[in-house]
Ligand binder design. Structure first.
Ligand SMILES: [Zn+2]
Length: 201
């Protein structure tokens, strides 16, 4: 990541980050060409250099239940670095602002506006982009490894369970909206599978 430009706090600006005409980076908004190039050329979403077949998605816990990410994958090292330093990923009180700079488009799908407080690093070899709502989302395959972080350090079991519990009402609502009541058993078994991957303590 050493080749990346730095922001005013001397932190590297991730490759995908949209920059407004006055030079201000908006970390919530991705440059559109980056999604295309990340898929086509197998570039890491965060550092923009080629990555291998083992990839990592830094996601909120609820994305670990529906197995969907709004962003392409990264090197594991880059994802871990982001989870340790990115202000949104490390500060539970920071909430996503809903509008992009210059009216830039936000990701498709139901982006989680709450801050989940916990970040899940989902490492896998299988994932599939698909079109959704005029944009692209990513279906995640089974994880080969998971790592949980909160405030830039390893998350506790209690933090993980709390984040999942507080995200459930919204996930139940959107599951019923999209799949009807019959979608709930699948969601529930996916939730149980994720809790099996939570830290022991
Ligand atoms: Zn990278």
């Amino acid at each position: 990541m050493r080749h990346l430009p730095l922001d005013k706090h001397a932190r590297p600006i991730p490759w995908f980050v949209y920059t407004a005409s006055d030079g201000t980076p908006d970390h919530r908004v991705a440059r559109e060409a980056c999604i295309r190039d990340a898929i086509r050329f197998s570039f890491c979403w965060i550092c923009g250099t080629p990555r291998g077949t083992w990839v990592t998605f830094p996601i909120g816990p609820m994305c670990g239940i529906n197995h969907i990410s709004a962003e392409p994958p990264s090197h594991k090292e880059c994802a871990l670095y982001s989870a340790q330093v990115c202000p949104f990923l490390t500060t539970p009180t920071m909430v996503r602002r809903p509008k992009g700079l210059d009216g830039a488009p936000l990701p498709p799908g139901e982006s989680e506006l709450r801050n989940p407080g916990v970040i899940l690093l989902w490492t896998t070899r299988t994932w599939t982009p698909f079109n959704h709502d005029g944009g692209v989302l990513f279906q995640l395959g089974e994880p080969l490894e998971v790592q949980w972080l909160a405030q830039g350090r390893p998350a506790t079991r209690a933090e993980v369970l709390h984040s999942i519990d507080t995200g459930m009402p919204r996930l139940i609502r959107s599951t019923v909206e999209q799949l009807g009541e019959e979608g709930l058993p699948g969601m529930e078994s996916s939730r149980t599978a994720l809790i099996d991957l939570a830290p022991a303590v």
